[in-house]
Design a protein around this ligand. Structure first.
Ligand SMILES: NC(=O)c1ccc[n+]([C@@H]2O[C@H](COP(=O)([O-])OP(=O)(O)OC[C@H]3O[C@@H](n4cnc5c(N)ncnc54)[C@H](OP(=O)(O)O)[C@@H]3O)[C@@H](O)[C@H]2O)c1
Length: 263
């Protein structure tokens, strides 16, 4: 029986497979990907030599559901007649209760739901997980080990998954918007576009790395670069006047509300 089987071989599944195979303890033969698109199957087989890529589900110890949310129930029904140890779903907004019902309510399969984000593609994801009605500590640890291959993992109650979606699920898009704006601002002030792009990218990367490694929080680190009457104080006063802080708060809340509606 295969150790880990993915249903849906899209971008997120590809990121997870790449992350898992980067760990020498896992071999391509431990993994299997079930994908409906023939073109995508050929791509995955070429990308990961030795990985089994198929069009039909088989028995497995762990099943990772990585289709789009509206395809989850149908995909799980296809898995219904097979032996499955645990299920990990990364589909946005699909509740563990829905997954348990789609698997066939009577089956004692531990279900874990996760919300990853796209930096998982480069091993820097931020993922939150929660367990379904029959998930035990060892099931959550299994999911943490799996998702830990592509970034950091936090446990939350399922009631907070919409908030997670609003913050870290959609979060990379907010950062890309900031990056776009910084590049345009650099160009407006005379910098060549490629120079502005490199400087803006490294500024975001450097600031995030500093924040993640420092004992100090964001507020203290910001104060460190804000000398009284200086250039940064001038810039921050413009951002505060224009409501950037409250705009981010409203944006995350709007995304969380939308996630709840879609769920
Ligand atoms: N990308 C993100 O930022 C992000 C963040 C957090 C969570 N997620 C979640 O991750 C999941 C996957 O996202 P993604 O971006 O990887 O999507 P994607 O690239 O569209 O991948 C989904 C793949 O599953 C295939 N598929 C659909 N139904 C199937 C079935 N019954 N059996 C086997 N394969 C099937 C699709 O084929 P067709 O295209 O031919 O239908 C597609 O290749 C989504 O549920 C999403 O909510 C994504």
């Amino acid at each position: 029986m295969v150790t880990l089987q993915f249903i849906g071989g899209g971008r997120m599944a590809e990121a997870l497979v790449a992350g898992l195979l980067a760990d020498a303890r896992r071999a391509p033969g431990d993994l299997r990907v079930v994908e409906v698109s023939e073109q995508r199957r050929a791509y995955l087989a070429g990308e990961f030599p030795g990985l089994e890529v198929a069009s039909e589900v088989s028995d497995c110890e762990g099943l990772v559901v990585a289709t789009k949310p509206d395809a989850v129930v149908e995909a799980l029904r296809a898995a219904g007649s097979h032996r499955v140890g645990r299920v990990l779903s990364i589909a946005a907004g699909v509740a563990t209760a829905t997954i348990e019902a789609a698997l066939g309510g009577g089956r004692d399969v531990a279900v874990i739901r996760a919300m990853p984000n796209t930096p998982a593609l480069v091993g820097r994801g931020a993922t939150a997980i929660c367990g379904g009605s029959s998930a035990a500590e060892e099931d959550l640890e299994w999911a943490e080990a799996l998702l830990g291959a592509v970034g950091v993992v936090e446990r939350v109650p399922e009631s907070l998954m919409d908030a997670v979606t609003g913050l870290s699920g959609s979060g990379p898009a907010y950062v890309f918007l900031v990056a776009e704006a910084l590049v345009e601002a650099g160009v407006l002030n005379g910098l060549p576009r490629d120079t502005a792009t490199r400087l803006a990218t490294q500024t975001l990367l450097g600031a995030a790395t500093l924040l993640s490694r420092s004992d100090q929080g964001a507020e203290e680190l910001r104060a460190m670069v804000t000398s009284p009457g200086g250039t940064t104080a001038e810039a921050l006063s413009v951002l505060e006047d224009r409501g950037v802080r409250s705009a981010f708060m409203a944006a995350v809340s709007a995304a969380a509300r939308r996630s709840a509606e879609l769920g």
